[in-house]
Design a protein around this ligand. Structure first.
Ligand code: NDP
Length: 266
């Protein structure tokens, strides 16, 4: 029997990329799954490919930014499975434009989807986990929760907010059986660049070579499950250049700033 067999795992952003890969990997280990994102048809496609018995997989489409629905959606999961063992806050999107050009509504949307939506779900599932004295919150942050790149101010801010929020949650509730894993990937080969918003809040619709050359999402998902098994608190999944950037920011922040002001990523 695998460590994940019969564990109830709720994944947001399960309709593509890292979330989709996580769904397949958890399904391989016979977890019970809840798949969420906005596109119901894509979630149904992922559900079919997971090849689990119907009773073990629930498609629950919603917009995470509609955080007033977090409790009602949690109630639907509890009605089907009775408990939530692992919540994976993965849904997210990015944007590309300088602060001076970025509409405030774009900044708000990024914070709503990447930070507040996940925070609302976390608050909704937490009482059940605390009652069971057991539960794990996994959050797909980013290397941009540790460093920054130009033209991604709100994205960087949302991922830095995630780091602060969930480090705090871990400090508060570790003694009550709650584990928190922060996942900080560098470039991963998904639709994240295509789905990024431009300054007006419209999807850019274009791939980015660095994302196209990024890590395979299936490999990333196996690394995430391995970190969950080991009860790790944080993992950085990135190549040597990105790892070096994290070290540079930590030990030579002035030099890091200078380099970043001259680096063109898109
Ligand atoms: P994708 O664009 O492929 O997937 C994003 C997922 O989030 C989709 O399933 C999308 O589904 C869902 N989503 C987006 N907005 C909402 C919303 N408002 N409500 C519900 N679901 C939503 O990108 P990734 O797989 O790369 O992104 C997953 C996570 O990984 C994100 O948090 C991202 O920031 C993070 N990440 C990605 C990196 C990369 O290089 N790819 C690097 C570091 C972090 P739908 O459109 O159906 O709603």
């Amino acid at each position: 029997m695998s460590d994940f067999q019969d564990k109830v795992v709720w994944i947001t952003g399960a309709s593509s990329g890292i979330g989709e890969a996580l769904a397949y990997t958890f399904a391989k280990y016979k977890a019970k799954l809840v798949l969420s994102a906005r596109r119901a048809d894509e979630l149904e496609r992922v559900k079919k490919a997971c090849n689990l018995p119907d009773a073990d997989i629930l498609v629950l489409p919603f917009d995470v930014a509609d955080y007033t629905q977090a409790e009602a959606n949690t109630a639907k999961v509890l009605a089907q499975f009775g408990r939530i063992d692992i919540l994976v806050n993965n849904a997210g999107l990015s944007h590309w434009s300088k602060v001076k050009d970025t509409g405030f509504d774009v900044i708000k949307r990024i914070m709503d989807v990447n930070f507040l939506g996940g925070a609302a779900l976390t608050k909704a599932v937490l009482p059940g986990m605390l009652k069971n004295k057991k539960g794990q919150i996994v959050v797909i942050s980013s290397i941009l929760g540790k460093i920054i790149t130009a033209k991604q101010s709100a994205y960087n801010a949302s991922k830095h907010a995630i780091m602060g929020f969930y480090d705090t949650l871990r400090a508060e509730s570790g003694g009550e059986g709650i584990k928190v894993l922060l996942v900080c990937p560098g470039f991963v080969r998904t639709d994240v660049a295509k789905n990024s918003l431009n300054r007006d809040g419209k999807p850019i619709g274009k791939d980015n070579p660095m994302i196209l050359n990024g890590l395979d999402p299936m490999d990333v998902s196996e690394d995430i499950l391995s970190a969950i098994r080991k009860g790790k608190e944080e993992i950085l999944l990135a190549g040597p250049k990105e790892r070096f950037a994290v070290t540079l920011k930590r030990f030579a922040p002035g030099l890091f700033s200078k380099i970043m002001s001259k680096t063109k990523l898109a």
